[in-house]
Design a binder for this molecule. Structure first.
Ligand code: DC
Length: 229
């Protein structure tokens, strides 16, 4: 509850967090859920990917934590009608390249980079509500979220989903390499010291290995109804 200057209380806008490992389908599920509820949507991984793309393009050494954190702090990004812009350029597809994802996973381990992106993420909590996906949305960025979901799927299913996604976007892909990359990224995201990937203690666990998008969204809508969201 927030108190205004007259001591009147006002509730913060609703936020639903969907965390989980890479390629678990959380982005698609979160986006569909936001559409159904008429809420805003934040893909927090895109912010790490945008920072990674900026660093790669500027040829910054990937261990230069402070310079990368400075870039994150003043990230010239915008989200418009499902498209992601960096300094006005549409980079929606280029940030999905594997090199950018792997770099994002590396720089996401730096606490100064995470700190630099925090205020931007919090600023997306606007009426009528927000659905957001990432790794630490329920544990660190929105610990007071109204509903926290942790989405998982087996490595084999996730590798297959990522493979199809990449082919659709016209990127070359090899399923065995992808599976190995996923396992490496899971390990790095879960074992890092800063905001490791893990379910919040009060998260609802949802395994989507054998669920379609609509079924996954429906499970979350059922959890929302239970919580009267
Ligand atoms: O969800 P994604 O694959 O687009 O995220 C890219 C990388 O960014 C991922 O490997 C870890 C990092 N990330 C993070 O550390 N915290 C978040 N809230 C979102 C993403």
């Amino acid at each position: 509850m927030i108190m205004d200057s007259q001591g009147l209380s006002s509730k913060k806008p609703v936020v639903i967090t969907i965390d989980g490992p890479t390629a678990s389908g959380k982005g698609t599920v979160a986006q569909h859920l936001a559409d159904k509820l008429g809420f805003h949507y934040l893909d927090s991984g895109a912010l790490y990917r945008l920072t990674a793309l900026s660093a790669l393009r500027a040829k910054v050494a990937l261990d230069d934590m402070e310079t990368i954190a400075d870039m994150a702090k003043s990230l010239p990004c915008a989200f418009r009608q499902g498209r992601i812009l960096l300094a006005g350029e549409d980079v929606t597809d280029s940030i999905r390249a594997e090199e950018v994802g792997n770099t994002a996973s590396k720089i996401a381990a730096y606490q100064p980079v995470r700190d630099a992106l925090k205020a931007l993420q919090v600023s997306f909590r606007q009426p009528p509500g927000l659905v957001t996906d990432g790794r630490d949305m329920g544990t660190v960025i929105f610990p007071d979220a109204d509903l926290k979901v942790f989405l998982t799927a087996s490595v084999a299913v996730r590798a297959e989903r990522r493979y199809k996604q990449l082919l659709e976007k016209g990127f070359p892909a090899n399923i065995d390499t992808l599976r190995k990359d996923l396992e490496d990224r899971d390990k790095r995201d879960s074992e890092r010291k800063s905001s490791p990937l893990r379910p919040a203690a009060d998260a609802v666990m949802l395994d989507t290995s054998f669920l379609g998008i609509d079924e996954s969204v429906q499970c979350i809508l059922d959890a929302c109804a239970e919580k009267k969201i």
